[in-house]
Design a protein around this ligand. Structure first.
Ligand code: PMP
Length: 421
């Protein structure tokens, strides 16, 4: 596709939110890592297909044919976005968590799974059985490679799967995926890439990285909620029991009196039982297309804002940035930090109530990583993307500095588990 010049626009960029004073201000959304706002082009594309949506594959009517085409074109768009192999299956799921659970259910028996304990819970938890090997948080990319090399060398013979994130949802740091994939290959293992946090920020090239499976979520790549995808080698998926059973996953069901005979569909339908989320998948696909045509603009925008954010944070007393591989390591637009002596939940609440700024606080569904890096404390996370402006970053830094240095003129207390003025 032809690259385009302008930065893609997101919806809701001029939303105003109420403050504790009763005043209203423009909302500064610094929580792109949780869910990114919807692209205008995605909203328009969804609007266009809404009148046509009908159940895919099974209907003969015209609307059904349109929906079926939209749905199958979405597979092609995702394949293009990730430069997937022609032989890879593209299976739609609800989100990254769902896609990783699907993969976990599709592994051959006795597959050894190797992963670092810094993973998001979606990548850390779905794997079951005695052959799951959790590796300790590495302190450098080189150590990650060394640890994995050792662990793969000691892993039992048979199928093996390495699971790794492309970019940490805690520190934003980019993992050495290509190196880890090379290593996995050398040991005859497969590798799955959790691209939930990388795909919104950088091109992910399945063939160049040489990864076997890739998962991502629509709502992190500037589409609304409800659609994610698993892309990868089809043999294990084809041999596995359907992830869900029901219509769509079945090629034929026959009545044998005392039992039913069921022939399951082939992938991808095998793992997509039930009426699929045509609108969500279309939104995901359009978002992929738009991102794929704008990498130069989006990465430049983000690099500049990330530098501004990190420089700004250096001017706030007590801020300690969380990092796995050192503060010079390559990262996407995510910064987590603690502020000495201050409660992260209180600061997040005050940033929202007094300044109209949205950040995350807590342990970000990566409890092991945050507890280790924040020394048992909870952290704050500011994450940027296409909805972020210089003004948002400056407002955030100024607001945080004023809360830390001068404090608040409001009293805060914990109500229903959250800080509130
Ligand atoms: N992996 C990573 C690295 C993530 O950042 C997230 C979302 N925070 C997930 C997995 C899970 O994504 P989802 O909630 O869309 O399933």
């Amino acid at each position: 596709a032809r690259p385009e010049q302008a930065l893609p626009r997101v919806v809701g960029s001029s939303l105003r939110v109420p403050l504790v004073t009763g005043e209203r201000v423009e909302y500064a959304n610094l929580d792109h890592a949780a869910s990114a706002p919807c692209l205008e082009q995605v909203r328009d594309a969804v609007d266009e297909v809404l009148p046509w949506y009908a159940s895919v594959h099974r209907g003969a009517g015209f609307a059904s044919q349109v929906s079926t085409r939209v749905y199958e074109q979405a597979r092609a768009a995702v394949r293009r976005f990730l430069n997937a192999r022609g032989t890879d299956a593209v299976v739609f799921a609800r989100n990254t968590t769902d896609a990783l659970n699907l993969l976990a259910r599709s592994l051959p028996r006795h597959t050894a799974v190797l992963l670092f304990d810094t993973e998001h819970h979606a990548a850390l938890l779905p794997w079951r059985g005695p052959n799951v090997r959790r590796l300790r948080t590495p302190s450098s990319p080189a150590q990650a490679v060394l640890e994995l090399d050792r662990a793969l060398g000691a892993a039992p013979v048979g199928p093996r799967l390495v699971v790794v994130t492309g970019a940490s949802n805690v520190t934003g740091e980019v993992w050495p995926v290509a190196e880890l994939a090379r290593l996995a290959r050398r040991h005859g293992a497969r590798i799955a890439l959790d691209a939930a946090q990388l795909a919104p920020h950088r091109p992910v090239d399945v063939r160049a990285l040489d990864v076997d499976y890739t998962v991502l979520s629509g709502h992190k790549v500037y589409a609304p909620f409800g659609a994610g995808v698993l892309v990868g080698r089809s043999d294990w998926l084809q041999a596995a029991e359907p992830y869900l059973v029901g219509g769509g996953a079945t090629a034929r069901v026959t009545d044998h009196g005392d039992r039913l005979g069921v022939a399951w569909s082939a992938v991808p339908e095998r793992h997509e039982a039930g009426t699929p989320n045509v609108v969500g998948v279309h939104a995901l696909a359009v978002a992929c297309d738009v991102l794929g045509r704008h990498w130069e603009q989006t990465t430049a925008h983000e690099r500049a804002l990330l530098a501004r954010l990190r420089e700004g944070l250096k001017t706030v007393p007590g801020v300690h940035e969380l990092t796995l591989f050192g503060s010079d390591h390559d990262r996407v637009g995510v910064v987590s930090f603690t502020v000495g002596g201050q409660d992260a939940g209180y600061l997040a609440a005050a940033l929202s109530a007094e300044h109209g700024i949205g950040v995350r606080d807590g342990a970000f569904c990566a409890h092991v990583a945050v507890h280790r890096l924040a020394h048992g404390d909870r952290a704050l996370r500011a994450s940027i993307g296409l909805g972020t402006t210089e003004a948002h970053v400056d407002r955030f830094v100024a607001a945080l500095r004023s809360l830390v240095v001068e404090g608040s003129r409001w009293e805060y207390e914990v109500r229903d588990g959250r800080w509130a003025p």
